[in-house]
Design a protein around this ligand. Structure first.
Ligand SMILES: [Mg+2]
Length: 115
């Protein structure tokens, strides 16, 4: 079997907005953590949080799903501000997606609560 870092990531689902990832969707699909992109996912072109994102994120973490930001951006200030606004403690910048490396690192940083 290939080492995890050598494997590629393929989507199981395509959703047109992060807001469509509901606690129910996560529970049904045994998703315990979300690795979140920033640009055009959490913020718009004017660097503003997309409408509903704050409430969505609060709802997601309240349900027990952990979140982390994985961004290709090297703009630390922008990424850290979004993380702070949403109350996300961990973020990774300059991720070089689609390289798997950042995803593996993000997965390691996610601290899943026992359940
Ligand atoms: Mg993006």
């Amino acid at each position: 079997m290939l080492k995890e870092e050598k494997m590629n990531i393929y989507p199981d689902f395509y959703l047109d907005s992060v807001l469509k990832i509901t606690p129910e969707f996560c529970k049904k699909n045994n998703i315990r953590g979300l690795i979140l992109d920033i640009d055009n996912t959490l913020i718009d072109i004017d660097k503003k949080l997309l409408e509903g994102v704050l409430e969505w994120h609060r709802n997601i973490i309240t349900s027990g799903v952990e979140t982390i930001i994985l961004s290709n951006s090297n703009k630390l200030e922008k990424v850290s501000k979004v993380a702070k606004d949403l109350g996300i403690k961990e973020y990774i910048t300059f991720a070089k997606k689609p390289s798997k490396k950042g995803f593996v690192k993000a997965k390691e940083k996610l601290r899943f609560k026992r359940r």
